[in-house]
Write a protein that binds this ligand. Structure first.
Ligand SMILES: *Cc1c(COP(=O)(O)O)cnc(C)c1O
Length: 422
């Protein structure tokens, strides 16, 4: 894996040897005004559209047109059960049991719903620990939970910060925080893969640590789902949430996934917000029964879900299932390792990779820190036909996605970057 080579020929050879390379053709690759394919490196932000997605959505549009309300039961894929079609593949991608996973709502909403159950502050133990550069929505969500329960959001929020002069969070520091304040912390809520640095945290280690101090532990895996093996069940985390529009290629704003560990599956004492979709499926339509909690993650649903969005998720999950997530993860390590190799060969002090160099501590994303926060580099990349994203204050995030990015994409990216830097 470490004998990467320079030159276009090597990249082409790698693509030829890659038995997943044909999947690129199953996606719409955005083009420039002249019809040339762009080098798309932002699957971490919005995954590309599988070509089969349209037909999956059309199927539901047709059933709606032809059957109206009967589509709930008579459609080709009856809407009443539609979310169940997603569960198995989604569960296998995040390393969970089907009982532990449901697709519902959107991401930040699910984070709140999980906190309704797993953030149970008491006057002695009410604080929430997050990583210092958590995704803003997560930070705003936990701050508002603190306020909602009557606590001060400055006093109640503990940040796990990288050390002075370092970019990555250090586990020793997490241990120190817990040693000093663990008995005041109700919830540890970490981004499974940090959106900014690309650091893939050790979920099991964090969970064990949090639990040993009596804290609940949850993860926002928006940047992990479909990108890295999360092994949520084995991590022991109490809950996790993620979105489906980043690495899971399910379309802008598409639905979110939620994981609730099996040990909570049958608990009726956990407080939660409920609706008719959290009620026993077999008696749901009797309408006048008293509430009867559905077991497992499904018991956190509230509403009948948007089928058109779920159809896009279903299409994408079928692509994942065909390719095989383990194989994708293997290719991902090679592709990103190659990307890192080429960037390091540039040996240019204007850029620095801040993502962990250990392949087990990252997914496919590399975050390139730009000297003096010079945003013009990002603009020039865009002008050169490369789609990346700039994240304030000073990082360009680039994610070669194993499903549709090629070694040639990576080669082309670094060649154009080299020209720009010189
Ligand atoms: C993308 C992302 C979000 C976005 O939240 P939405 O509710 O889907 O808008 C939130 N948190 C993290 C960690 C993310 O990566």
């Amino acid at each position: 894996m470490s004998n990467y080579k320079l030159g276009l020929e090597y990249a082409q050879q790698q693509d030829q040897n890659d038995n997943l390379s044909a999947y690129r053709d199953q996606f719409h690759i955005p083009k420039d005004n002249h019809g040339n394919e762009l080098i798309y490196m932002t699957g971490n932000s919005l995954g590309l559209q599988p070509k089969i997605t349209k037909s999956y959505i059309n199927q539901e549009l047709e059933d709606w047109a032809n059957l109206g309300v009967e589509g709930h039961t008579e459609g080709k894929n009856p809407w009443l059960h539609y979310h169940e079609f997603l569960t198995e593949t989604m569960a296998s991608i995040v390393g969970a049991k089907p009982l532990e996973v449901v697709v519902m709502n959107s991401l930040t909403a699910n984070l709140h719903f999980m906190m309704v159950s797993f953030y149970k502050p008491t006057p002695k133990r009410y604080k929430i620990l997050i990583e210092a550069d958590a995704f803003p929505s997560d930070k705003y969500a936990v701050e508002s939970q603190l306020r909602h329960h009557g606590y001060d959001d400055k006093d109640g929020l503990i940040l796990w910060k990288a050390r002075e002069g370092e970019e990555l969070a250090n586990y020793d520091d997490l241990e120190t925080i817990l040693k000093q304040q663990g008995d005041e912390i109700a919830l540890v809520m970490i981004g499974g893969v940090n959106y900014y640095t690309g650091q893939f945290f050790d979920l099991k280690r964090i969970t064990q640590l949090g639990h040993s101090y009596g804290c609940m532990v949850g993860f926002d895996c928006a940047h992990g789902a479909g990108n890295v093996p999360l092994n949520l069940h084995d991590s022991g985390a109490d809950f996790a949430v993620w979105c489906s529009y980043k690495y899971l290629n399910s379309g802008p704003g598409s639905l979110s996934g939620a994981f609730v560990h099996e040990r909570h599956a049958y608990r009726k004492d956990l407080n939660r917000f409920t609706g008719w979709w959290s009620h026993n499926k077999t008696t749901r339509f009797r309408m006048r029964d008293d509430f009867d909690q559905l077991p497992g993650a499904e018991g956190w649903q509230l509403s009948n879900p948007p089928i058109l969005s779920m159809a896009a998720i279903r299409a994408s999950l079928d692509v994942f299932a065909a390719a095989g997530f383990d194989k994708l993860c293997q290719k991902s390590k090679q592709l990103t390792g190659y990307f890192e190799f080429l960037l390091n060969q540039l040996d240019n002090s204007d850029i620095k990779i801040i993502t962990p160099s250990n392949p087990d501590e990252r997914g496919c994303q590399l975050s390139i820190q730009v000297k003096n926060a010079d945003k013009s580099l990002h603009t020039k990349l865009t002008e050169a036909g490369i789609i990346t994203d700039w994240r304030e204050p000073d990082v360009i995030r680039c994610a070669p996605v194993p499903l549709y990015n090629s070694f040639k994409d990576v080669y082309g990216f670094v060649e154009r970057l080299k020209t720009i830097l010189n």
